[in-house]
Design a protein. Sequence first.
Lengths: 269, 326
Amino acid sequence: MTQTTITPDGRQIGDVLMDLRNITLRFGGVTAIKDISFDIREGEIRAIIGPNGAGKSSMLNVISGFYVPQEGEIWFKGYRRGPMKPYEVARLGIARTFQNIALFDGMSVLDNIMTGRLNMMKAPIWSQALWWGRAEREEVENREQVEKIIDFLEIQNIRKTPVGRLPYGLKKRVELARALAAEPKILLLDEPMAGMNVEEKEDMCRFILDVNDEFGTTIALIEHDMGVVMDLSDRVVVMDYGRKIGDGTPDEVRNNPEVISAYLGVAHE
Amino acid sequence: MEFLYASEVLLNGLMAGVMYSLVALGFVLIYKASGIFNYAQGVMALFAAMTLVGIMEGRVPFAHLINAAFGVHLSSFGWTVPGLLAILLTALIMVGLAIAIEKLVLKHLVGQEPIILFMATIGLAWFLEGLGDVMWGADVKVLDVGLPQGISETVETMTDGLFGYGFFIDRLDIWATVIAAVLVAALVGFSQYTKQGRAMRAVADDHQAALSVGISLQFIWIMVWSIAGFVALVAGIMWGTKSGVQFSLSLIALKALPVLMLGGFTSIPGAIVGGLIIGMGEKLFEYFVGPAVGGATENWFAYVLALLFLVFRPQGLFGERIIERV
């Protein structure tokens, strides 16, 4: 039973791609996430919001395999996912960025983005070493894809620059590029606009929308900036103290009394 | 004449330096990829050389133990294995060792302080040393994989014809230089141009980011320790051929330390250049200054040089710059 919705701006939102059921995550005696369920549908931009310490980042880490929840089930593409290591989750097609930027500082921008495609290179090692046959074809193909992403994110002029030398905003963009290079089924963004100035925020906003629009990438993001979230996302999950207190379209969430008292009420004074 | 003599000393120094570089290389590989200072690198070279001799001579591993337990008198299978095949088998054993180290030690220490990991490698060094003795016996072994040794007559006649003075160059040193050059070229090619090499550099840079692009840390660590094991094998062959396979072989690790301080712990070219500078400096210092201070400067020159570097340039020649943020 395929459910397809067309958004007002003409994008297609499909079936449930990832379903999180009754997730509970504890660190010793502290419960970071309490019995939370929500789903992410194909092609949508899904936001997770909430005040500081609400458990948003923990949630993202559960999805990307960095944390393993004590209770609950994670369903991806109709199959239940067992406990997995982060690199296994990445190989399933779930790419992510980090709140505190995790790039390979010693490598160039191009090399950083190429690492996003490591798992698509299957040529045997001798072929790679001799730069011959399958390895050469693969490298050329992958380079083409990466160049497309570089063009798309408008970072052509820094392709060869070592990442360590870039300013903050550009680093964030390179991290996005590396995640995109993996052609992910779901793209997880951990506070993509944290610490940016207004101009950088607008750029990043535009890129997120363009990525979703052009590649049809499903995006789940965490964000502090309420205004940005409401403009960007199709549906929003609101968390507070590890619980889910709201879930729906930006308008529904905005008018949810519990959300207003817990979060918006404070933020919108 | 004086100049020619000095050049000969210089050349010999450079070649001795290559041997130091070979050992330092193993350290750099592991340090770069996992931030672990592997104290056991020298013992790994000893263990590899012992295993190589054991396999070549067809010795029965754990012969003493078996003999003591079952009252038999085993010592040898009665066959010999040709050098190249034995090297291949030893390389496989070093891979096995890498897997064992990852599964039994490193896996359980993920996320620990560097000092703890360092301690673990000290333990590993003692263990390997004992294991080597128990497996193959503690006697001094002669290693001969067929590398040529002794003065190179070609070089002597050639330089004699050119300058009227024949250089004394050991053929083993020439081979060591060639093999080291090939090894370094292969390592650089591997780390720059292959998928596994890229993954290795990625892990060296940032563990979390590496995980997020689908790189298995475990796999990379096993790979790096295997490569370090192979480099140890090459160093073990060179040093073992030169001075016999015995406990003192593991002390070559001490010679690698000043090389690392000079070249920086994180740089492969640094390990090479550092080794060359120390080898060269040692021999030239002994030649020019040695007679004035009563000789034997080779024993301490490298360490004094390293000390100077620690004071004035602690990151080494090629190391990453240390930037303190306040």
